[in-house]
Design a protein around this ligand. Structure first.
Ligand SMILES: N[C@@H](CCC(=O)N[C@@H](CS)C(=O)NCC(=O)O)C(=O)O
Length: 229
């Protein structure tokens, strides 16, 4: 019988590196198929047949299921492959704080990051795009402020003295903001980011993400009405 491995649909300017990192930390075999969202490949008939929601990343499991939602993909892989150093197991008392943080990033940080990168989808007039972006950024910073306070009380990691994928998840979005400015303003997040960056597998992805963020910021200046419609 044919041996199947995971297939990850990802690519530049996407959050797929979050899933790649889990796959690599777990030494799980996978194939990466790149989707160019700047060229609109996520809206091609071929990709919509895989994910009708037209969103990247998508993970095809060895059983053939097509899964999406980045946080779900990370949790699924960690649970399925028992990567308990990345995600506390179901019976671990740290599981609650872990899930609470991961779901908060997925629901309340990522949604504002989406608004920040696609302001044209939320504002009625092109001239409101910059204001929409500023609002989204300020809401993300409010949420980071709360996390910073929590990390100052019980850090340096999200789970105190223990690293988990929640730390990489948070650091990834910090890299997608203005990392230097965020770190200057929030010392406990800066400390966390430094610790995550000291992990060689994570460092590579965080550096790439910062480069992507800078390139995307340039594109937003060149295309004030929206980089992707
Ligand atoms: N809630 C989804 C959102 C996925 C998402 O927005 N992905 C972006 C790339 S990071 C995308 O596909 N953007 C294309 C678009 O919105 O048109 C998740 O967290 O995985």
């Amino acid at each position: 019988m044919e041996r199947r491995i995971y297939v990850l649909y990802g690519g530049d300017f996407t959050r797929a590196p979050l899933v790649q990192w889990v796959l690599e930390e777990g030494e799980i075999e996978y194939e990466l198929r790149k989707i160019d969202i700047l060229k609109g490949e996520h809206r091609s008939a071929e990709f919509l047949a895989i994910n009708p929601a037209g969103l990247v990343p998508v993970l095809i499991t060895p059983d053939g299921d097509a899964l999406y939602e980045v946080a779900a993909l990370m949790l699924y892989l960690a649970d399925r492959h028992q990567l308990t150093e990345l995600a506390p197991s179901f019976t671990d008392p740290d599981r609650g704080l872990f899930l609470s943080t991961v779901f908060h990033i997925a629901g309340d940080v990522q949604s504002e990051m989406k608004r920040y990168h696609f302001p044209n989808r939320f504002s009625l007039r092109c001239e409101d795009n910059v204001g929409m972006q500023e609002l989204a950024k300020s809401l993300v910073l409010d949420r980071l402020n709360v996390m910073n306070t929590r990390l100052a009380k019980r850090g340096p990691y999200v789970l105190g003295t223990r690293f988990s994928l929640a730390d990489f998840y948070l650091s990834f979005w910090v890299a997608y903001l203005d990392r230097e400015a965020v770190c200057l303003r929030f010392p406990s997040i800066a400390k966390l980011h430094g610790l995550v960056s000291a992990r060689p597998r994570a460092a590579r992805y965080l550096e790439d993400t910062e480069m992507m963020a800078k390139a995307y910021a340039e594109m937003m200046i060149q295309h004030p009405s929206g980089v992707i419609t």
